[in-house]
Design a protein around this ligand. Sequence first.
Ligand code: SF4
Length: 250
Amino acid sequence: MPNSIDTKDLIEIVRSGELESLDAQGILTWVIENYGSRMALSCSFGGMTGQVLIDMAYRINRKTRVLVLDTGRLPQETYNLIDRVRDRYDMNVEVLYPEAESLELFVRQHGMNSFYESVEQRKQCCNLRKVEPMNRALAKLDAWVSGLRRDQSETRSDVRKVEIDKAHGGIVKVNPLIDWTQEQIDDYIKEFNVPVNRLHSKGYPSVGCAPCSRAIGPGDHVRAGRWWWENPDDKECGIHVGEQFDGSGI
Ligand code: SF4
């Protein structure tokens, strides 16, 4: 059961910055205990960070809600991982879908693969398949947990562990692993045998939609395989738009 602290008081605690000194488990425990079913963990099932968070959250409270976006273009390995997680943790992963009518119209007008044609087309596709369904889900929550890490994108350098997500109605957004390194993630996965996307072992550090993700080479930036045909400054999908920064993607 959530604690009985008033939502306004919780927001004040976030604003004060006092939570920034907590470690990942401490931050997760805080948000789970205070928000209960009014919070959810958003996981792409295409990055290792989200898988670590699911494992941590499960150890704190087995009923923690987990959301995943099914864009309709995910690789089979990601769908397989969703089922592996459901089995391993006996968990009901909540799958979010795009609004069918708008997506049908978009595809009818622009074709199946218009994301390769321009940044605008790509962002429109991300908007319909990711941003809109996520916004719909977040509108029903008071807090959410994301797997953002500072070392994965230039645009994530100012993100705090806990912040007010103004772009989503002023709810609380928690980034427990924001300051974790890849080495820490690897160690956790090994120690707890956390299930991860099998494409990671094929050179994909970050797995998104199948047509927009590819393996990277030695020395490439960790997100180089995402929307690889675009300028790096444009490589965000729009979900993580908030107070601390203005654009980032799963
Ligand atoms: Fe569309 Fe590619 Fe964005 Fe997926 S990642 S929503 S396929 S543009």
